[in-house]
Design a protein around this ligand. Structure first.
Ligand SMILES: [Zn+2]
Length: 402
């Protein structure tokens, strides 16, 4: 964020940019428009505020424009362009919507004006995914379209009003830019929920916390990789630590082994093992198991065979996590063999299409953008690729041998 200040310490203009230096320079180079002319004439100081993410920049821009009323931020001149987020706390089930007029009633809490309707809509769409809310009076018993999309708390008869009011309070804090406070409260609620053994609520709070971490993560631009060669490592580390937290592993999963079973027209069944070491594919450690079990395409028996053969290789470094391609049946088949040999390492399943993680304690559906999920997807794609390349080789060999 950058703020142009005049000699009376009044703010003339508030703007945001990913590349501050070149944006700010653009006001002072080239032929000036009306705004640039005033800035060049009156600006004696430029202030900078660094925020982590695009979303926080948007919220701060809104707060600063509202509080400082910079004369050059066009939004204030054009009254009809002003757009606010309005929370109606007077209702039994408070609603949130966009509004253009200043509500008079006291029970309304208002945020804005936003620099554009698009900006305000963007903020609301992010918030609604984190904290489902009502936009208007809701049917007491019937679900609406937004209920099905997970954006609405549900029919009012079935909603817990205390929890919903907490949600509204969190949205208010969020809009004030006090995101860290929201996260701290959610973490506290999560601990309380698991103490009371309300694991469903604890998990849902955990997912909200992960999702907030995602929407507030720093914007990554391609040229940042050039400036910061360690960025990729840091992202990998983030993926690993969120996986550790998510699966409650005793340590960071330094070595992860992923297994994929595949067959070519039922004849050449093969199990592939791919390895991720410190968050990066470790192709030197990839292995293939040509299935010895004859005949049928029994996935579960194949997994059992591959797992028991792997466990005999005590010379290979031992993983901190096993990932099995498939659902709970596949996971359990692998786990049975692993536990039989006295190993306690966690085993999870990664279901193909639904992006669902199957653990010993139930399934976890992750937001698509979650770092932990991205890591697992990379692992799974790598396993498929490796398996396919083997079939390709085999097919070639058959052709050559014929
Ligand atoms: Zn609804």
């Amino acid at each position: 964020m950058y703020l142009f200040e005049n000699q009376n310490a009044h703010i003339l203009y508030v703007g945001k940019a990913n590349r501050l230096r070149s944006r700010v320079r653009s006001y002072f180079t080239g032929s000036p428009g009306p705004k640039e002319q005033i800035i060049r004439r009156d600006c004696i100081a430029i202030r900078f505020i660094v925020v982590r993410s695009e979303l926080e920049a948007l919220l701060l821009e809104m707060t600063l424009i509202g509080r400082l009323q910079p004369p050059l931020n066009a939004v204030l001149k054009n009254e009809r362009a002003r757009v606010y987020i309005d929370i109606d706390k007077g209702l039994a089930h408070p609603t949130i919507k966009l509004t253009r007029r200043m509500p008079e009633e006291k029970q309304h809490v208002r945020f804005g004006p936003f620099p554009s309707t698009t900006a305000a809509r963007h903020v609301l769409s992010v918030i609604r995914k984190l904290f489902p809310y009502y936009t208007k009076k809701h049917d007491a018993r019937r679900s609406c379209l937004f209920c099905h999309l997970g954006l609405c708390p549900g029919p009012t008869d079935s909603v817990n009003i205390t929890l919903y009011k907490t949600t509204i309070r969190h949205i208010q804090l969020f809009l004030q830019g006090r995101i860290d406070k929201v996260v701290r409260e959610l973490e506290h609620d999560m601990q309380e929920a698991s103490k009371k053994e309300d694991f469903e609520r604890a998990l849902s709070l955990k997912q909200t916390i992960n999702h907030i971490a995602f929407v507030t993560q720093p914007v990554i631009e391609p040229d940042l990789y050039v400036q910061d060669p360690l960025l990729l490592d840091r992202q990998r580390a983030h993926g690993l630590s969120s996986l550790q937290k998510l699966l409650k592993l005793p340590s960071i999963p330094k070595r992860i082994e992923a297994y994929d079973m595949s067959h070519l027209q039922g004849t050449d069944a093969v199990g592939s093992l791919v390895v991720v070491t410190n968050g990066a594919p470790d192709s030197q450690s990839y292995r293939r198991f040509k299935i010895k079990l004859g005949g049928e395409n029994n996935d579960l028996a194949m997994i059992a065979e591959v797992m028991s053969r792997r466990l005999k290789h005590t010379e290979w470094p031992f993983p901190d996590l096993f990932v099995i391609d498939g659902g709970s049946a596949q996971r359990e088949s692998a786990e049975r063999i692993i536990r039989q040999s006295g190993v306690q390492t966690a085993v999870i399943g990664l279901a193909k299409r639904e992006e669902v993680i199957v653990t010993a304690y139930g399934t976890i559906k992750l937001p698509r953008e979650d770092n932990a999920l991205q890591l697992l997807q990379m692992l799974r794609d790598e396993a498929h690729r490796f398996a396919r390349s083997y079939h390709h080789q085999l097919r070639k060999k058959h052709l050559l041998g014929a």
